[in-house]
Design a protein around this ligand. Structure first.
Ligand code: GLN
Length: 280
């Protein structure tokens, strides 16, 4: 199943296309890494890693993570993390958490990692570690289709803005003078508030807002202006976790052997962009 792409979308947001297939969700690993696996051999202790990795995600952020029609976790992040598990010889067990509960869960050690469209920020790096960047994204402003007033952040002064709690979009909105901010638990809820006409704008990750519009999940909205930021998503892990190296080795292997590009193609319909080795 694919969603029609429009020229509008093709010209926006890093060319992230909205054409995607609903890939089989999760799925049992087809292939388990053995001790010859370079990803495992390079990692600390150079033993093949065995065991289960508990991975938190907030599944209301399509196309990165969401619940599909069968109620199963699905999305780019889910497929990527599952493949990382396969490459590293680890079984991945997902755990759904609210987005603003993910970092506390990592700090408390109740989960081993989190993949949730999470931007690598200086602030978060104080409390958790991140893998190398695995997606390039950024924030965008959404308004009602008929809105001709708002094109930039400056136009949002004294306006009503909806955001998802605990996100980089919420941080960006907090800096706008006079803005009246309402926070929601998920991005789709913030976008729905805008569609309902209760706020003037939403600041959210561009690929997710564009996907919500293109998929028809939310009606009557458009993305305006330039992308506000360039952000890189990373897989978050507790500070000092030995899994950082294991995850990075697996990601590196997948970026070299084409597995990463294949998953990216499947969800975004194009070649992945160049990614830096670190966000800063
Ligand atoms: N990328 C944004 C952030 O990290 C939003 C993530 C999300 O809502 N899942 O804050």
């Amino acid at each position: 199943m694919s969603i029609k792409r429009s020229a509008f979308l093709r010209n926006l947001a890093f060319g992230l296309s909205t054409s995607f297939v609903l890939a089989a969700c999760g799925g049992a690993p087809t292939d388990t890494a053995d001790s010859d696996d370079p990803a495992a051999a390079d990692s600390a202790g150079s033993e093949a890693v065995t065991g289960t990795l508990t991975v938190a995600t907030e599944p209301a952020f399509p196309p990165f993570e969401f619940q599909n029609e069968d109620g199963e976790l699905d999305g780019f992040d889910i497929d990527l993390m599952t493949a990382i598990g396969e490459a590293a010889g680890l079984e991945v067990q997902f755990e759904s958490l609210p987005f603003d509960g993910i970092i506390p869960a990592l700090q408390a050690g109740t989960v081993d990692a989190a993949i949730s469209g999470m931007t690598i920020t200086e602030e978060r790096l104080q409390t958790v570690d991140f893998s190398r960047p695995y997606v390039k994204a950024g924030l965008a402003i959404a308004v009602k289709e008929e809105n001709t007033e708002v094109a930039t952040l400056d136009d949002l002064q004294d306006k009503k803005i909806a955001v998802q709690i605990g996100t980089t979009g919420a941080e960006q909105a907090a800096e706008i003078p006079g803005a009246e901010i309402s926070t929601f638990d998920s991005a789709p809820l913030a976008l729905q508030e805008l569609a309902n006409g209760n706020v003037d704008a939403v600041i959210n990750d561009a690929p997710v807002t564009l996907d919500a519009i293109a998929s028809g999940n939310i009606d009557g909205l458009k993305v305006v202006g330039e992308l506000l930021t360039t952000e890189f998503y990373g897989i978050a892990m507790p500070k000092g976790s030995e899994n950082v190296e294991i995850v990075n080795d697996a990601l590196m292997t997948m970026m070299e052997d084409g597995t990463y590009a294949e998953i990216y193609q499947e969800w975004f319909g194009e070649e992945p962009p160049e990614l830096p080795e670190s966000a800063f």
